[in-house]
Write a new protein. Structure first.
Ligand SMILES: [Cu+2]
Length: 277
């Protein structure tokens, strides 16, 4: 995507240089809206940049993390839109796609701060997802990433095989469309149903303003796609415990999905491997 976007802009730049006379060339307005999507593999997008202040260097249950988000003018960004009730979501995952976390740092002065669970060694990636207030109409958040390395012994976990069902706590979550490979680069719908011993769970509760959060990580690259169920605002809980997500997976290959949902005040995390063709 990055290369494709760069290629497109390079082609445009070249064709403009060739086709337009040297005089009366309109001066383009400064780009105020980012182009393309961001997936956390870069620390910058659309003029915004993630600047680490303090990243974990050792294991622990609550290791401090601090970073700044700098705007196009190089100064710390101010004015974030609340998306899913929060101005900034921070996701973390290790390179083997374990240890997923979804956190909400506090903005203290110009620096975002939170604490991370770092149970083991390895390479971890952080994803800061936010929407500058003036970019709400852009329609997608900016996702900036950075990574840190914890040295020492590391227990890498093999990627679980693709499955149409998984269990978490007292719940079973089924992927209703089975396990067909999902096409890359086009709109896709993923449907899940949450069940417990009594059948479909009719009592899903909003968590951060929506009935579920789905984070998908492209296994080879760790590119992030984060989406919410397609539901009307203020919709009632789905009576059959079914959640539908509309998304586009940009890369062929396996994806590791983390589905968060809330029942009786507790957030549960179901994980799936799916294959994108
Ligand atoms: Cu979310």
């Amino acid at each position: 995507m990055w290369l494709a976007a760069l290629g497109v802009s390079a082609v445009i730049a070249i064709s403009v240089a060739v086709a337009v006379p040297a005089t009366n060339v309109p001066v383009p307005a400064p780009a105020s809206v980012p182009t393309g999507h961001s997936d956390g593999l870069s620390d910058q997008h659309g003029g915004y940049r993630l600047e680490p202040v303090s990243l974990p260097q050792e294991r622990g249950d609550a290791v401090p993390v601090a970073f700044r988000i700098l705007g196009p003018d190089g100064a710390p960004a101010t004015g974030y839109a609340d998306v899913a009730t929060m101005p900034l979501h921070l996701y973390a995952v290790r390179e083997d796609l374990t240890g997923y976390q979804h956190l909400h740092p506090q903005l203290v002065g110009d620096t975002w701060r939170t604490a991370l669970r770092v149970p083991d060694g390895g390479v971890y990636r952080l994803y800061a997802e936010f929407t500058p207030a003036h970019l709400v109409a852009y329609g997608q958040p900016i996702v900036l990433g950075t990574r840190f390395i914890i040295t020492g012994d590391t227990n890498q976990v093999p990627l679980p095989a693709a499955s149409a069902t998984t269990t978490v706590d007292r719940f079973t979550v089924n992927r209703l469309d089975g396990m067909p490979p999902l096409p890359s680069g086009v709109a896709t719908v993923l449907r899940f149903q949450v069940l417990d011993a009594g059948g479909p769970v009719a009592s899903l509760e909003p968590y951060l303003g929506t009935f579920a959060h789905l984070s998908g990580f492209d296994v080879p690259t760790q590119a992030l796609t984060h989406v919410h169920p397609a539901m009307a605002p203020n919709a009632a809980a789905p009576r059959d415990g079914t959640l539908a997500f509309h998304t586009v997976f940009h890369h062929p290959g396996p994806q590791r999905l983390f589905l968060q949902f809330q029942v009786a005040g507790t957030v549960h995390l179901a994980a799936f491997t799916v294959v994108v063709s």
